[in-house]
Design a protein around this ligand. Structure first.
Ligand code: FMN
Length: 445
């Protein structure tokens, strides 16, 4: 049995952890002092050796990405922290920023030092007012006491942070759309290459990393690579926040080593399913990751093991649903989201998400035709891999996977024009970005 860990969350229960005093009292900024004495190239090597993989969804190794940044272009190097957190079901970055904002700032300072970067940005979801306030306070304290700004702690290193509130679009979490939005334009994805590491913000080398990725950095520097790799698996090392929502007793963020079986997280941290309900389907990493079933509950939650089962670890936002919930209804709900959030730049995603939502709506309201299932399958194949960015791919995940595992429920709906009796249209429980239950969200006529 794995044990929960308290690395990123170690100060979560400390009431004043969000203040500079509270952070310093519990060893905060010790890693920064180490980093200011270290050679930037050694810091980059350390992060590479740690095997830290991006926590924003794709799991790309952070140290490898940092290695793509050319150090000799004469242009400034930028660090952009992606705090847009728009993936349905995901609410981990919010808690990291709310409860321990200095941990993120320390991670940014060390990453900045490693990358020879002096200017950084936090691109925060516009609705995240409270985490934003906490960050503003922390940034103010850090400037006041010499942790940010010119000559950080007398080291000769200059480092600035700008907090930028996003205007509220899922697409702006996609890193190149994010950069366009940060530059003041409409957020739409850019053609790649060039990748941001080479030509990103203002066409200068830019590292875009997720909040949780950067929050790992102080711990790697302070405790070393071997310690970091003692958690998790060979190819997915370190601790991970799992945002669990849906029909479980205690939804919330829980920190476990990567590679912990989903069952342990659900049983130990969440107290199991709500009212003893039976697990029917779940998304392992947000709504863009293909659905899994009760048969997959013992899979280790790491990037490779989940991929081997045909899904993705994504943001590790585990959305759990019972046999009382209609998978078709849940899929319709997510598909409407993708239809609404598709930026319209490319045809497969813009048109495809619209038509998929229309068909699902028809099926859900009892007017489906059996040919609709093949049409949806074909439409997904025309979107996947043909869209300009991964939003389109993600939109196909719930549909393709539900057709694979729950085709019988679609067929029942089409044949009978209504849901099977054991499905309670009021059972559907989704969580908003606070992780709190919002019962009845999936209810429809
Ligand atoms: C539609 C879309 C939305 C995304 N939203 C986010 C987001 O809100 N936060 C995030 O960190 N990454 C998001 N990503 C992933 C980013 O493009 C990028 O991979 C990530 O910020 C890199 O950081 P990491 O390597 O530390 O994970 C999104 C990707 C897509 C395609």
């Amino acid at each position: 049995m794995a044990e929960p860990v308290a690395v990123l969350t170690k100060r979560f229960e400390q009431p004043d952890a969000h203040t500079l005093d509270g952070y310093l009292r519990t060893g905060g900024y010790a890693a920064l002092r180490q980093a200011l004495d270290a050679d930037p190239a050694d810091l980059r090597q350390m992060v590479k050796d740690s095997g830290l993989r991006g926590r924003g969804g794709a799991g790309f190794p952070a140290g490898v990405k940092w290695g793509f940044v050319p150090q000799d272009t004469g242009k400034p190097i930028y660090l952009v922290v992606n705090a847009d957190e728009g993936e349905p079901g995901t609410f981990k970055d919010r808690e990291l920023m709310e409860r321990d904002p200095h941990q993120l700032l320390e991670g940014m300072l060390i990453s900045g030092r490693a990358l020879n970067c002096r200017r950084s940005f936090i691109f925060i979801r516009g609705e995240y007012l409270w985490p934003g306030i906490r960050l503003e306070q922390a940034i103010g304290e850090a400037y006041r006491d010499g942790y940010l700004g010119r000559d950080v702690l007398g080291s000769g290193f200059d480092f600035d942070v700008t907090l930028h509130y996003a205007a509220g679009a899922y697409i702006c979490g996609e890193e190149t759309a994010l950069l366009d939005a940060l530059e003041g334009r409409r957020g739409q994805p850019r053609l790649r290459p060039p990748f941001p590491a080479v030509a990103g913000l203002y066409a200068a080398p830019t590292v875009v990393n997720n909040v949780e990725t950067i929050a790992n950095v102080p711990h790697i520097v302070e405790h070393g690579v071997a310690w970091y790799r003692s958690m998790g698996t060979e190819r997915s090392p370190g601790p991970k926040l799992f945002s669990v929502s849906g029909e479980v007793k205690r939804p919330g963020n829980y920190e476990w080593p990567l590679g912990t079986p989903a069952r342990e997280i659900i049983e130990v941290s969440c107290g199991g399913m709500l009212d003893g309900r039976e697990l029917k389907f779940w998304a392992p990493g947000g709504s863009s990751t293909p659905l899994l079933t009760a048969n997959h509950i013992d899979i280790p939650m790491d990037f490779d093991a989940i991929a081997a089962e045909g899904s993705l670890l994504g943001t590790a936002a585990m959305m759990m649903y019972s046999d009382r919930t209609s998978v078709v209804d849940a899929v319709l709900n997510w598909t409407r989201f993708y239809e609404h959030e598709s930026c319209g730049k490319c045809t497969p995603c813009r048109e495809g998400t619209f038509w998929l939502a229309q068909i699902l709506e028809r099926i859900m309201h009892g007017h489906g035709r059996i040919e609709d299932l093949q049409t949806m399958d074909d439409a997904c194949d025309q979107i996947f891999g043909r869209s300009f960015c991964a939003l389109g791919d993600g939109a196909t995940s719930p549909i393709k996977s539900s057709l694979k595992y729950f085709r019988d429920e679609y067929e029942y709906l089409i044949e009978h024009g209504r849901l099977p009796d054991h499905i309670d249209p009021h059972a559907g429980v989704v969580t908003d970005n606070s992780g709190r239950h919002r019962p009845g969200q999936l209810v429809r006529a």
